[in-house]
Design a protein around this ligand. Structure first.
Ligand SMILES: Nc1ncnc2c1ncn2[C@@H]1O[C@H](COP(=O)(O)OP(=O)(O)O)[C@@H](O)[C@H]1O
Ligand SMILES: [Mg+2]
Length: 330
């Protein structure tokens, strides 16, 4: 296999709190190849957004990020600010969970697209204008040409999300970090936007990290899946492999509600209990207190990710028993 375009190594993001530092992202490592779509899933608060923000070095203070984020051979965590600005928004674009964080409230949205195009492409002013209209059409904003002069507050929440997606995709990024990009949109528009992202992957070899709660979307759009729990990756592998043979009790719980791959939209199954607070992560497997299969060893030491199949890793001491429960798909 070719070298990965993105290698994340031992990524750790901590926040100082009155009770001491808490790790929202704890020793996360993964590779992403060209044209690959990685689905990042896990319950709310598991560290998905902070992982994406850490990759882009956009963690809000007092967050502290350590480890390595190797993009095209350069470590983004140590890159000088001018070089980082060229990468951000050009080579790597991010769709944020909350559209308002990404949009500039005092600039017309059209200008926010054309400025991005000016900074990161060689298009002329007329071409930039045409491309902006084209992008608005693509993401389903009615009356595209007319709306370019409007300000973010003049759009509804769903429309703002589409504007943000158009801005992110404007410069044909080589890596798209998409944080629940379609959650506020109706199903038809969701499908349109997913198709747009997959078209860009096919045509430009764009790689994508896709954070979502929708396992149907993961099954239909992602090549690989990474499951996060309490700031750690607990299972990674191909979507086909993990859906057919989950190897972590937590993943199996999440997938328990998915009838068939891609057949319908299926939210994450709710598992009894709640994830630990970051300040109170137990010493062993963080999922052990909620796990029906947990044995004393699970509470004693934190299991490392171990190979359980072809390109398939799980951090579960009971992986063999979870695998023995069999697949969830026909
Ligand atoms: N500024 C902060 N200070 C302290 N904790 C934070 C801060 N920002 C995020 N967190 C914590 O980091 C954890 C991961 O958050 P996040 O990445 O947004 O989760 P997800 O996207 O998976 O829902 C959460 O427990 C959240 O409370
Ligand atoms: Mg989030």
């Amino acid at each position: 296999m070719s070298a990965p375009v993105l290698s994340v190594r031992a990524l750790r993001t901590t926040f100082a709190t009155p009770r001491g530092a808490v790790a929202a992202v704890d020793d996360v490592s993964f590779d992403l190849h060209q044209g690959e779509v990685l689905g990042l899933v896990g319950e709310s608060g598991s560290g998905k957004s902070i992982t994406l923000r850490s990759v882009m070095r956009l963690v809000p203070p007092p967050g502290r990020v350590t480890g390595e984020v190797i993009w095209q051979g350069r470590d983004l965590l140590t890159l000088d600010p001018p070089a980082l600005r060229r990468v951000r928004g050009g080579e790597i674009a991010m769709i944020f969970q909350e559209p308002m964080t990404a949009l500039n409230p005092v600039l017309p949205v059209g200008l926010q697209i054309t400025e991005n195009l000016q900074a990161h492409t060689g298009l002329t002013a007329a071409q930039r204008q045409r491309r902006a209209v084209e992008l608005f059409d693509l993401v389903g904003i009615p009356g595209a040409a007319r709306r370019l002069g409007d300000y973010p507050h003049q759009f509804s929440g769903g429309m703002r999300q589409r504007v943000m997606i158009a801005i992110a995709l404007a410069s044909n990024p080589r890596l798209l970090l998409a944080d629940e990009p379609t959650t506020a949109l109706d199903v038809t528009i969701q499908d349109q936007i997913l198709k747009l992202i997959l078209d860009l992957r096919r045509d430009l070899g764009m790689s994508v990290i896709f954070v979502t709660h929708d396992l149907g979307v993961v099954a239909a759009t992602c090549d690989r899946i990474a499951v996060m729990y309490a700031g750690r990756l607990i299972e990674t592998g191909s979507v086909a492999g993990v859906f057919a043979r989950p190897a972590h009790a937590y993943t199996r719980g999440l997938l328990g509600s998915v009838p068939r791959a891609g057949a319908e939209r299926a939210p994450l199954l709710s598992i009894e209990g709640t994830p630990p607070a970051l300040a109170d992560i137990p010493p062993g497997c963080a999922f052990a207190p909620r796990c029906a299969l947990a044995e004393p060893a699970c509470h004693a030491a934190r299991p490392a990710l171990a190979l359980v199949g072809d390109g398939h890793h799980s951090a579960c001491l009971r992986a063999a028993d979870v695998l023995a429960q069999g697949g969830l798909l026909p």
